[in-house]
Design a protein around this ligand. Structure first.
Ligand code: KIV
Length: 272
């Protein structure tokens, strides 16, 4: 049986063993109880309470506005729906960039108030001190390199990162720094597949890709993209498994018709 198949609970150690055994790690986002329960029941290894909640739950254009309190709320909801998966909660913009003490306080709030198992934050060398400080409290940290959406106003675009040699070299160095600081895994977002493969070979901790090709240790997608709720978002890396936007629109249309035509509720759908 596979390592993930044997695990009653997925831990950071399980992920490390999976990398060593060449077993792919599966990760998806969730922001609420009902979705988390489905993903956990289906056997997902890691659930990320992503700050993409700012986009797909709140309808903001970027991940910048979401607050620490809001992330903690989403993470609490997810924790209530999960028995087996490792739950990682994003540290939102503004909750860790100030200094390492602020980062530690924010991470402690996430762990204590939500029941998450780990935190994730974006960046390389600039956040290493914060990562080390968070780790002193025994809080596992996942890194995030490549496209880092919290820096959208610095980069001005969500296009592929690290195509230039200089940025690619920095990314490899950053990955090594994150490993040395003690991160248990690194998300690689929207970078050339060859570079993601090099990073994966250069570090001993698992790499989880999104738009980073197949030569990484695992894959992550935003659940709303996978099930087709975000039907206008069509990046090359995305594989849709459902088209829920259209299916739900159809279902709601049928409900409206049934109510208006007095077909719903019928005799079996009422109490005597
Ligand atoms: O917030 C998020 O959903 C993420 C994933 C895209 C990795 O960080």
């Amino acid at each position: 049986m596979s390592i993930a198949g044997k695990a009653m609970k997925i831990t950071t150690k399980t992920l490390q063993e999976m990398k060593q055994a060449g077993e792919k790690i599966t990760m998806l986002t969730a922001y609420d109880f009902s979705m988390a329960r489905i993903l956990d029941g289906a056997g997902i290894d890691v659930i990320l309470v992503g700050d993409s909640a700012s986009n797909v739950m709140a309808g903001n254009d970027t991940t910048v506005p979401i607050t620490l309190d809001q992330m903690i709320y989403h993470a609490q909801c997810v924790v209530n729906g999960v028995n087996r998966a490792l739950i990682v909660c994003d540290m939102p913009f503004g909750s860790y960039q100030g200094d390492s003490r602020q980062a530690l306080n924010s991470a402690i709030r996430i762990m204590k108030e939500s029941g998450s198992h780990a935190v994730k934050l974006e960046g390389g060398a600039e956040v290493v001190e914060s990562i080390e400080r968070i780790l002193t409290a025994g809080i596992p940290v996942m890194g995030h390199l490549g496209l880092t959406p919290q820096s959208i106003y610095k980069f001005g675009t969500y296009s592929v990162r690290a195509r230039e040699e200089e940025e690619a070299a920095k990314l490899i160095e950053d990955a090594k720094l994150l490993e040395a600081a003690g991160c248990f895994a690194i998300v690689l977002e929207k970078i050339p597949a060859d570079l993601a493969a090099k990073v994966t070979a250069a570090v001993n901790i698992p790499t989880i890709g999104i738009g980073a090709g197949s030569e990484v240790d695992g894959q992550v997608l935003v659940i709303h993209d996978l099930i087709g709720l975000t039907h206008e978002f069509n990046p090359r890396f995305l594989r849709r498994y459902l088209n829920l936007y259209d299916e739900m629109t159809k279902a709601v249309g049928e409900y409206i018709n049934d109510v208006r035509s007095q077909d719903f509720p019928n005799d079996e759908e009422r109490y005597s």
